[in-house]
Write a protein that binds this ligand. Sequence first.
Ligand SMILES: Nc1ncnc2c1ncn2[C@@H]1O[C@H](COP(=O)(O)OP(=O)(O)O)[C@@H](O)[C@H]1O
Ligand SMILES: [Mg+2]
Length: 340
Amino acid sequence: MAILEVGGLTKHFDIRPGLLGRLLSGKRRQTIKAVDGVSFTLEEGTILGLAGESGCGKSTTCMMIAKLHEPTAGTIRFKGRDIAGLDRAGLRDYRLAVQLIFQDPYESLNPRFTVFDLVAEGPRALGIWSREETARRVLEALSLVGLKPEEYKDRFPHQMSGGERQRVGIACALILEPELVIADEPLSMLDVSIRAGILDLLRDLSARLNFSCIYVSHDLSILSNISERLLVMYLGMAMEIGPTDRVVRNPQHPYARALVEAVPVPDPRYKRPIPAIRGEIARPIDPPPGCRFAARCPQAMDACRRDPAPAMREVGPGHFAACHLLDMDAPDSGTAARAL
Ligand SMILES: Nc1ncnc2c1ncn2[C@@H]1O[C@H](COP(=O)(O)OP(=O)(O)O)[C@@H](O)[C@H]1O
Ligand SMILES: [Mg+2]
């Protein structure tokens, strides 16, 4: 069963460009299309990886699902219910059921709170348990994330390492026994040497505590380690989605292929082909028509620069990609045209 169904999710930010921007664009107002019609489903008890370079709209997607941003358009259904229509009680339940783990534990943890108070903050704010019950559960949550409660409960954030702080961030999310955890690049601020431990912890806890998860990273090697399905975004749009092993072994969209090629290989004797994309990711300000990736795509054709942007086409079991090159291969069939 799907725990989360996202349809046509869109977030546009209207901005007033600065003087230079106004001179260059000739416009007083511009629209940043941070997320532009993204659809996916998350099956209960599974981990969906969300991939894409910085600026692709990953965090904005997460914030809309966590109800920290209102979508410009589109729907988010949680266990079959549209979260836009939740009443007060429904919203409170939703805020309990969906928890975020942030990128930077130093920024997200109040420096004046002890570990105990940090982890107790959510339950206290929601008033869900008695004092004793909250205390018992805080200590339990700390053990769960591998921090000895007696040793850590009275510490302040600055008295811990980055990895320990992120474990506290995970305890803050998990104490509320969420059904859905959104982890937005939880390892990217941490030292490489301690990332594996936190990654193992998250994977182990998601299986033991049986929560569903959206795990965001720009690093495909992490996502292929943790996620069952993978969604590749580029400048606000979904380029490819499918079972992680299929997307990583056989990426169909040129952008997904470039991301896969950019993954470091541990064998130093292996000479990696140079990734086939040029240029830098731009901001999606008043983006041109057609495929968002066309400006950087080595295989772009005229059709790619015209609306509508290519539609998602099934390229294998549960595996979809949005690229005109795939339409050319299979002009007459919308489903499973390219058996993998
Ligand atoms: N509050 C905001 N106002 C204006 N632009 C924003 C805002 N939040 C994000 N953006 C822009 O939206 C785009 C996507 O951002 P984000 O979702 O943070 O991407 P990612 O998490 O993939 O790096 C970026 O170009 C970013 O500058
Ligand atoms: Mg982000």
